[in-house]
Design a binder for this molecule. Structure first.
Ligand code: HEC
Ligand code: HEC
Length: 289
């Protein structure tokens, strides 16, 4: 029979098992561990009593508090809506150009606008509104095709560009591939390229492309290439290009113009969202007064 004896070093009993003279101690579980274990059991039972926790034959035991995570979310959404309602009202109550004067209101509009932007506009203009070269304009700079005041931006967002909304912004560049020879297009492209470079005006005016530009392009792009927002004709003299600033890209645009299309968002998102978006885009860096 195994003999339980006391270990002289620790004072604990041994289990009585012995292997090659090594005896196994019967070390008791520490008191703190036992207390934590019992406390956990008590807490678990109380928790199971209060909250939905275990399955019963029909569904589950709902707990005496009646709490559900779905119910909590619903309450939080209602609270958030209520907290926002006051801000939404204020956003709609002041004229658009005064929204940015009030710090809190501006912050509300910018935060909301950023979220709406990332959901609706980022697929084209990119997260952060940097645009995509050759397709969608950057909204971060002060180079505006249609205008960068709050009212201009709100109008663009509300009605869009070249779509079938009755008030959509409309404009088109003629297909010069049908009207000018390849040589003339080449010459006018060379001329366009000089517009954003410092050059002396007399030598520029002597270029063969100058006359072609004067005859065909100034009506929309202006005598010095300043562009025309009424016409949605971009600036050609600032080195910022929607469709690329290499010669090939410019020849392509003159021969067979691309024209960007943007949907109208007013009907889809509503007036509040359009205001928030306008303020968000306006505060990105290029906003005009
Ligand atoms: C389907 C792609 C598409 C989506 C989505 C889109 N846009 Fe645009 N957006 C364009 C294009 C293309 C242009 C440039 C049109 C042109 O060349 O005249 C443009 C132009 C603009 C301009 C005018 C820029 C200027 O220089 O005047 C603003 C402002 C603008 N978008 C804001 C928005 C906002 C805000 C949203 C989201 C509510 C949005 N866009 C969603 C394609 C899109
Ligand atoms: C009836 C007005 C009109 C005329 C005339 C016109 N354009 Fe345009 N042009 C536009 C519009 C509008 C756009 C912008 C298209 C867009 O936003 O998608 C444009 C865009 C361009 C672009 C692209 C700019 C960029 O940022 O990528 C170039 C280059 C250009 N035009 C050159 C010319 C030249 C050269 C002529 C004359 C041979 C000319 N255009 C005549 C309306 C016009």
């Amino acid at each position: 029979m195994a003999v339980r004896e006391r270990d002289p070093l620790t004072g604990y009993l041994t289990t009585g098992h012995e292997w090659d003279g090594i005896k196994e101690l019967s070390t008791p579980i520490p008191h703190w561990w036992v207390s934590v274990f019992i406390a956990s059991c008590v807490v678990a039972v109380i928790y199971m009593w209060l909250y939905p926790s275990f399955a019963i034959t029909e569904g589950y035991f709902p707990g005496t508090l009646g709490w559900t995570s779905r119910g909590q979310l619903k309450e939080e959404v209602v609270d958030a809506r209520a907290a926002q309602a006051q801000w939404r009202q204020r956003l709609m109550a002041v004229p658009l150009d005064q929204v940015e004067q009030n710090d809190d209101l501006r912050r509300f509009a910018v935060t909301g606008g950023r979220a709406i932007f990332n959901e609706n506009c980022a697929p084209c203009h990119g997260v952060g509104a940097g645009g995509q070269i050759g397709q969608f304009p950057s909204l971060l700079d002060d180079d505006w095709i249609w205008g960068g005041t709050l009212a201009d931006i709100a109008q663009t967002v509300q009605h869009g560009i070249r779509n079938d909304d009755a008030d959509s912004r409309q404009s088109m560049m003629p297909t010069f591939g049908d009207m000018l020879s390849a040589r003339e297009i080449d010459q006018v492209a060379d001329y366009v390229l000089t517009l954003s470079k410092p050059a002396d005006d007399t030598s520029r005016a002597a270029m063969p492309g100058a006359a072609i530009f004067a005859q065909n392009c100034v009506a929309c792009h202006g005598a010095t290439g300043d562009g025309n927002r009424e016409m949605g004709a971009p600036r050609l003299n600032d080195g910022i290009w929607l469709y690329g600033g290499g010669k090939a890209a410019i020849v392509r645009q003159i021969t067979h113009p691309r024209m960007g299309m943007m949907p109208a968002f007013g009907a889809k998102l509503g007036e509040e969202a359009v205001r928030m978006l306008a303020v968000y885009v306006h505060t990105l860096g290029g906003g005009e007064r």
